[in-house]
Design a protein around this ligand. Structure first.
Ligand code: B12
Ligand code: SF4
Ligand code: SF4
Length: 234
């Protein structure tokens, strides 16, 4: 018998998250190696839908609804996503879960994203100005858009300015020296990064029109500066 695939769920979830400035970023059927946990009602996960934010769309919705609390962005996302997950029979998991779920790996399965030299995933349209906020795990097969083949913008990037823009050279062949970055942010010299955002991220020419608004850039940098594995307000 052919597999029964639900065809309206993707559109319904897309509309529900868009009402909060979030965006559905594709989906996939888990395979071996994806390390997807069990989903709704403790059953094996048949479909994963990825939810994120792109450009500045999230900021006005979050700003209007945020509470005064620790990790306000993570908490707001959970308040938005939990009712949507429950109305659609899904289990929500979040990038700050412990141990961390491989959100970047999953995002690449769902949307044509590529690893950039900074560690962030790059999007051909939004550049580095996007992030992942939740994944919905369904026990049922759900129709999802096919994953198109799109080349990484980094392949054709002459000079790779992201790698030379950091004032303390935090990106090296050994990886991202995030402890050095964090130590630099509260200093007088680091105030510009702390208040206006990461210069390496801003140096990327892709998706510049979608750079986060100044208040969002400052919010993420301040969250990153105190970031623990328990928050992804970044
Ligand atoms: C821990 C963590 C960090 C740690 C990493 C330290 C460490 N050595 O563990 C630190 C504190 C450095 C960090 C920093 C940042 N992070 Co971070 N981080 C995470 C987190 C919570 C877990 C990563 C993990 O361990 N995954 C587990 C493995 C198994 O998952 P995986 O997908 O298979 O593995 C991928 C990652 O490890 C990645 N990777 C490897 N090296 C690096 C280095 C950096 C800098 C990054 C960002 C990723 C990365 O490549 C792997 C293959 O795709 C993820 C959320 C998540 N659950 O994935 C966010 C996440 C990766 N971070 C994110 C972001 C945005 C940042 C910051 C830019 C925050 C900011 N300032 O705004 C910074 C980068 C620094 C800067 N100056 O701007 C985003 C990336 C979005 C994207 N476009 O890809 C994520 C997905 C969270 C989110 N809400 O979307 N992060
Ligand atoms: S500056 Fe170039 S190499 Fe760096 S992330 Fe942007 S496109 Fe990729
Ligand atoms: S925030 Fe500033 S110091 Fe930290 S990696 Fe980005 S450019 Fe370098």
């Amino acid at each position: 018998m052919p597999e029964a695939v639900a065809h309206d769920v993707y559109e319904s979830i897309g509309a529900a998250v868009a009402a909060h400035g979030l965006v559905l970023r594709g989906g996939f059927r888990p395979a071996e190696g994806d390390a997807v946990p069990t989903g709704a009602r403790g059953m094996a996960t048949a479909t994963v839908l990825m939810i994120g934010n792109t450009g500045g769309a999230l900021w006005p919705a979050f700003k209007a609804a945020r509470h005064v609390e620790a990790n306000p962005l993570d908490r707001w996302v959970a308040r938005v996503i939990e009712p949507i997950a429950s109305a659609h029979g899904a289990r929500a998991v979040y990038p700050y879960d412990t141990p961390p779920q491989p959100f970047q790996r999953w995002a690449k399965r769902a949307w044509p994203l590529h690893a950039s030299p900074l560690g962030l995933l790059i999007d051909a349209e939004y550049g580095l100005w996007h992030a992942l906020r939740a994944a919905l795990l369904f026990a049922e097969p759900i129709a999802v858009p096919a994953l198109p083949s799109v080349a990484s913008p980094c392949d054709a990037c002459v000079g790779k300015p992201c790698l030379t823009a950091c004032p303390i050279g935090a990106f090296t062949a050994a990886g991202f020296a995030y402890q050095d970055c964090r130590a630099y942010l509260p200093t007088a010299a680091g105030a510009s990064c702390f208040l206006t955002g990461c210069k390496a991220r801003a140096a990327c020419p892709v998706g510049r029109a979608h750079t986060y608004p100044p208040a969002q850039l400052a919010f993420h940098m301040q969250s990153f500066s105190g970031m623990t594995r328990q928050t992804t307000d970044v």
